[in-house]
Design a protein around this ligand. Structure first.
Ligand code: GDP
Length: 169
């Protein structure tokens, strides 16, 4: 994927879903990496092919929700990482998704959403189809796709991000 103008993609997801691992795989070796400490948690950014990636941990951040304003305002696309083996927290994932979508930026703009059903290599991972049913993705008013991924090996990542960058175009 290549774009002439810079786009900003935000990676979100519960803790332990695989965001750090996934972004590390996406990141070019020589990328200009910056970790900006914000109030209470770390915020990581890098650029690749004109695409700026930012990463935010979502769970337990309710007291920092006022900062979301700042992130979502200039976000062109979202990568939502889900641990496909963490069935007990699928309900929390759905809640966090709804909270994010209730933000005014998401009602103003059809920001595309890329879901990764991550940790596909593990035997107890649910399939992307099962995950989309559980999370009720069918009723989203945004362009969205779900891909299986193995962030440890980088499988599924380029395919998914390629779709997202195209969807933003
Ligand atoms: P974050 O909290 O969302 O940033 O999650 P991390 O990237 O730190 O990953 C949490 C744990 O899950 C780490 O032990 C990773 O090695 C592991 N992990 C991440 N992605 C995968 C994956 O696709 N498969 C497996 N088996 N483990 C993964």
């Amino acid at each position: 994927y290549k774009r002439r103008t810079k786009v900003k993609i935000l990676a979100v997801g519960l803790d332990n879903s695989g965001k750090t691992t996934l972004l590390k795989k996406l990141r070019p070796k020589k990328a200009d990496l910056s970790t900006v400490p914000t109030v209470g948690y770390e915020f990581e950014s890098f650029s690749k092919n004109g695409v700026a990636f930012d990463c935010v941990d979502m769970s337990g951040q309710s007291k920092y929700r006022n900062l979301w304003e700042h992130y979502f305002t200039d976000t062109d696309g979202v990568i939502f990482v889900v641990d496909a083996t963490d069935k007990l927290r699928f309900v929390v994932v759905r809640e966090e998704l709804e909270t994010m979508l209730s933000h005014q930026e998401f009602s103003r703009r059809k920001i595309p959403l890329l879901f990764f059903a991550n940790k596909m290599d593990l035997h107890d991972a649910v399939t992307p189809n099962e995950l989309l049913a559980t999370l009720q993705l069918d009723d989203l008013a945004h362009p969205w796709r779900i891909f299986a991924s193995n962030a440890l090996r980088g499988e599924g990542l380029e395919e998914g991000v390629g779709w997202l960058v195209d969807a933003i175009a």
